[in-house]
Design a protein around this ligand. Structure first.
Ligand SMILES: Cc1cc2nc3c(=O)[nH]c(=O)nc-3n(C[C@H](O)[C@H](O)[C@H](O)COP(=O)(O)O)c2cc1C
Length: 179
């Protein structure tokens, strides 16, 4: 997509993917986008784990009881972690990197979905972070923010309608209660 504004309107969360693998060159571009992300004090506290193994993706989909469905068809997922001892802004660092990846994915015409891991739980009470950390051997000092599922879209999502944007949430000059 050439036009950035058009890209923003067309990026929607995709939770159903085809079987087609993501081209390795596209995977590289997606990871590169994460590595270009700004971070607090330039700490670059993030680290990313690329998962393409079907069995592991299925296992990771069990990290929480709901809203992990996009993992069951995704051919690719990037687990977004950051070193909590390196930056008090690790959540922000990791969030920006995750968002950059979602935009790069959209620019490639692929789909993605953010699966929240931090502060989410399985039905048995186990924190999703511990489950993912254990499955992938992630060190204890790394927080696991989310998993970005990625693949070729297998569902149609309507673009965002600019006429429906919540402009009332934008205050000009100072906070105003009346809109
Ligand atoms: C912080 C954050 C957490 C999210 N967690 C999940 C999730 O766990 N599972 C999921 O399917 N979608 C998740 N999403 C995607 C949102 O549900 C989605 O962005 C929202 O409904 C708006 O839809 P859109 O992305 O298609 O515009 C998350 C998005 C963000 C930014």
């Amino acid at each position: 997509m050439d036009n950035f504004h058009e890209l923003l309107l067309n990026r929607r969360s995709i939770r159903k993917y085809t079987d087609q693998k993501v081209d390795p060159e596209d995977v590289r571009l997606i990871l590169e986008s994460a590595l270009t992300a700004p971070s607090s004090k330039g700490a670059r506290s993030w680290q990313f784990i690329v998962v393409e193994d079907r069995e592991m993706l299925d296992h990771l989909s069990g990290c929480k009881s709901n809203y992990a469905a996009s993992m069951s068809t995704a051919p690719l997922a990037v687990v977004v972690t950051a070193d909590i001892t390196k930056s008090e802004a690790w959540i922000e660092d990791a969030s920006v990197a995750a968002s950059f990846m979602q935009l790069q994915v959209a620019a490639l015409g692929l789909g993605s979905c953010w699966v929240e891991v931090r502060d989410r739980y399985r039905d048995d009470g186990e924190p999703a972070e511990d489950y993912v950390r254990q499955a992938l051997g992630i060190p204890e000092e790394f927080g696991v923010l989310c998993i970005i599922t990625i693949g070729h879209k297998n569902e149609e999502r309507r673009p965002i309608d600019p006429a429906k944007l919540q402009w009332e949430k934008v205050h000009i000059g100072k906070w105003r209660n009346e809109q």
